[in-house]
Design a protein around this ligand. Sequence first.
Ligand SMILES: Cc1cc2nc3c(=O)[nH]c(=O)nc-3n(C[C@H](O)[C@H](O)[C@H](O)COP(=O)(O)O)c2cc1C
Length: 495
Amino acid sequence: MKNMTKSMTTAADHLSIFQYRRGREYEGNRFDLSPRPERFKKYNGPCLRLKTSVYKDEGLRSVGGLTGREMLERILLPSFGVTSVKFHGHQSEMLWSFPSAGGCYPVEIYVAVRRLGEVEPGLYYYCALETSLYKLANGQAAGGLAPSLREADRDADVYFILSVVPWRTCWKYSHKGYRFGLLDAGHVAANFQLVLRALGFRFSAYTSLHSAEVGELLQLDEYEMPIAIIASRLYDPKADDPAKPSATDAPPLESPISRKCRHSEDPDIRLFDWEPILDFQRKVELSVREPSDRWLTQLSLPSEWTDYGRLLQLIIERRSSSAYTRCELAAAEFRAMLTMIFRLGLHSSFHAIVHGVEGVRPGVYRYEYGRPVCLSEGNYRETSSDICLGQAFIRDCSVLFVFSVDASHIPEDEFSRYQQCSIDGGMLGQMMYLKSQEMGLGFSIIGGYYDEELRELLQLPPTHQIVCAGAWGRNVPDAASVRKNDRYQLNRPQR
Ligand SMILES: Cc1cc2nc3c(=O)[nH]c(=O)nc-3n(C[C@H](O)[C@H](O)[C@H](O)COP(=O)(O)O)c2cc1C
């Protein structure tokens, strides 16, 4: 791989590769130079086909009585599934149960089964398009995850492993695409956690792991990185469940192994300058040591959405807004969103650029432990849109939320926390989507903003890194028919 960058020394240098600068927005990308990367991996071999749909009222039908395959259906379909198809003239695109920057969909899911009724233990690739599991390794292979797990999670029943294929986003966004992949994955991880909880299962959500070792276990190539694991207990260890084989039982007959199709490898991947991202990953890997509680997400799940049917409905109906009605949101709506954000426990302080909320003067606010500090009053609609790469629809949202972390609180030997913060940021984003959906309001996570300029507007020192923003408001009445510009580009016919 080519090394086109000068050596980087400080954390700020390393993180600068993920930031937008005016006039250099797409520097380094391959959007106009290389064909669009394949959006899906392909495996050859026998597969375990899951149902293609799950009905809401089936969700909780005596979870105890479900087969292993039925449990996987109820978890995988809503967490990582296609929920809608959108047509642009005679082109169509699939929309998913989680958002993705520019519709690039870099996240992949693997399932490691230790104990799951009739489902053979082993490692599987989950192909969401076919709702099928392709087996990559037999038997006790899931044990290979142990170095990335706390003692308490080494005996879980099933592990969901999230990886990202950065080429799918870096092709369009250059190095920033790597950060977008982490945010995308955070949204997916939020779905998994909410769905598992609604089904009554216990789990631990890891946002840190030994990426290289897990990648080797899953036989991933160097361009795909595992970044999160959700260790789940689907059985009560004390219950005498006939579907639960003990760990010492002879494994069931083992089916053949699937192999990745070689023709899905893309030669243009090598033309991209990976060095700054590899540099970042090396720093992350160096600071990842022994599994501990610090490897888990910092997010506390909101108390909402413990009913599986209700959750399913919100996840399925979730969409990113493309156009807002310029209006004031009710003070109670604003309070409800602020309360949920605080209860997630990720950000004791964050910013809101208020364009229109009843009883709140428009302006830039910092919310510290729930209390607003007005930084400057005024109409910031044009400024918000301009700072967010000129995205016009942001002018009309009622609030632009901005979440940041203070890098001066992150010691050098905990560098991996930058990666964890982005994954956590994605989880926060998905909670805001679902909350907005529940309230009948529109939301879109926003990854496109000029970092330096936004920091200045929010009066943040350079040590603060912006994790993500979110535009919130009331959708226009015909919201579904409005084109989402940041993903539409991808669906242009290829030259
Ligand atoms: C990390 C991230 C960044 C995003 N940034 C933007 C953005 O800057 N502007 C925008 O309009 N949408 C943005 N989106 C929303 C995507 O365009 C949207 O998720 C995608 O088109 C799929 O549509 P859906 O969310 O309705 O399923 C972003 C989504 C993610 C996950």
